[in-house]
Design a protein around this ligand. Structure first.
Ligand code: ZN
Ligand code: ZN
Length: 405
């Protein structure tokens, strides 16, 4: 496998070129017209026949010459609606930014595609490469699953990489978590409180929706503090409260919007229900009415312990001490969300992280920050790691004596 690392290093300059092209031309959402044309062309140049999987989604398959299982490796391709303010030489100027590093993921998976093509004869089964849109909307993975990305050939296990900056790990560190829930489920709530507006000096003739919103803001926190077991982790954050425009007028309505993060499916369902109940009952207490709306985002990424162990052995044998288990460092979970979770619900999977620079190395801003920068030196390592993960897992799980295991 070490030869793949060297072969990837030869591709480094080409990968930097691809990454810079993607970084200068970021696109957001589910369609990504320029990005998909670019990626498709690159894959065709390598000898692949890319297939569409829903809007903005592409896939190719490497291998299939030897019997074996099918391993999926995934990269997301979408950017964020952030005006870039970094010092990057390839800074984007179109109002969008690859602030989450998805330009790295796309580049690394293209690099892996090239490496896998060069070694197609030795693949024990097949590798499916998934190029996904709309991760930031938490819609892309679900859409690609609905359009058959996990079928034909049927996927047996899957992995994804996410780059990380602004975290205390030197560039090139690969984080492989233990089994279980890793990222949080993400859901949004919206509450509209209908009161009765009027003169600020005569509250007795009014039903004050701001009072309801104030109580509701606090009541929602009591779901976490009084109804969820201390051993569980859950967050309710109200990010928006809007009401009123004039000092001496009690408004008719108030609105609140927020986010709910959980790691356990039962806790998730409980909180989604309780947020609505508490909103409706709090409004009733003060003679108002509340209408609630839940926007379900994505579940928690579930790491399969067996796949994680296999991949830790495979990457550990190549990258040595650069491979670490964040659980052992007291970071068993990620705060953010990742829509690869929909894949992890269907097939045993692992989510891996690759550091692209720590604050000590000059990469102080974390993902989603308009000043975030990422170290391009890890591109070839990422490409090699994607390919090695897939090849290694397929070898480890290859059929015994020609019989499918
Ligand atoms: Zn992101
Ligand atoms: Zn991301």
């Amino acid at each position: 496998m070490n030869n793949l690392v060297q072969e990837a290093q030869v591709l480094q300059e080409e990968l930097v070129g691809i990454r810079r092209h993607l970084h200068v031309h970021p696109e957001i959402g589910m369609e990504l017209p320029q990005t998909t044309v670019f990626v498709k062309k690159k894959l065709e140049e390598m000898g692949y026949e890319p297939k569409a999987a829903g809007p903005g989604g592409l896939s190719v398959v490497a291998g299939g010459k030897k019997p074996g299982k099918c391993f999926l490796i995934r990269a997301d391709m979408d950017a964020l609606p952030i005006d870039e303010a970094s010092d990057d030489t390839c800074r984007s100027t179109n109002g969008c930014m690859h602030a989450c590093g998805h330009d790295f993921h796309t580049t690394m998976l293209l690099g892996a595609a090239k490496l896998l093509k060069a070694h197609e004869d030795r693949i024990q089964g097949s590798v499916k490469l998934m190029f996904q849109p709309g991760e930031e909307l938490l819609l892309g993975a679900k859409s690609m699953i609905e359009h058959g990305i996990l079928d034909n050939p049927q996927v047996d296990a899957a992995a994804m990489f996410h780059v990380a900056v602004g975290m205390p790990f030197p560039a090139g560190t690969i984080l492989i978590p233990g089994g279980g829930a890793y990222s949080s489920a993400s859901d949004h709530f919206e509450v509209t409180i209908q009161g009765k507006g009027g003169h600020g000096a005569m509250p007795e003739h009014c039903v004050d929706p701001i009072l309801v919103a104030s109580h509701l803001y606090l009541n929602l926190q009591t779901i976490i503090s009084r109804e969820i077991a201390p051993a569980e982790t859950a967050v309710i954050s109200t990010g928006i409260i809007k009401a009123g425009e004039v000092n001496n007028v009690i408004p008719d309505t108030a609105s609140m919007k927020g986010t709910i993060r959980t790691y356990n499916a039962e806790v998730r369902e409980f909180i989604l229900n309780r947020v609505q109940e508490v909103a409706i009952k709090t409004a009733e207490t003060f003679r108002a009415k509340a209408e609630t709306h839940i926007i379900e985002g994505c579940p928690s990424v579930f790491i399969d312990a067996k796949v994680a162990t296999d991949v830790r052995q495979i990457l550990g044998s190549v990258f040595g001490k650069a491979v670490i288990n964040p659980t052992e460092l007291g970071i068993p979970r990620l705060g953010g969300s990742e829509d690869f979770s929909f894949v992890t619900q269907k097939v045993p999977s692992v989510m891996l992280m690759l550091s692209a620079g720590s604050p000590e190395e000059g990469y102080a801003y974390s993902m989603h920050h308009p000043k975030a920068i990422f170290n391009e030196a890890v591109l070839s390592q990422g490409a090699a790691a994607y390919a090695i993960t897939a090849l290694g897992w397929l070898e480890k799980n290859a059929p015994v004596h020609g019989v499918k295991a």
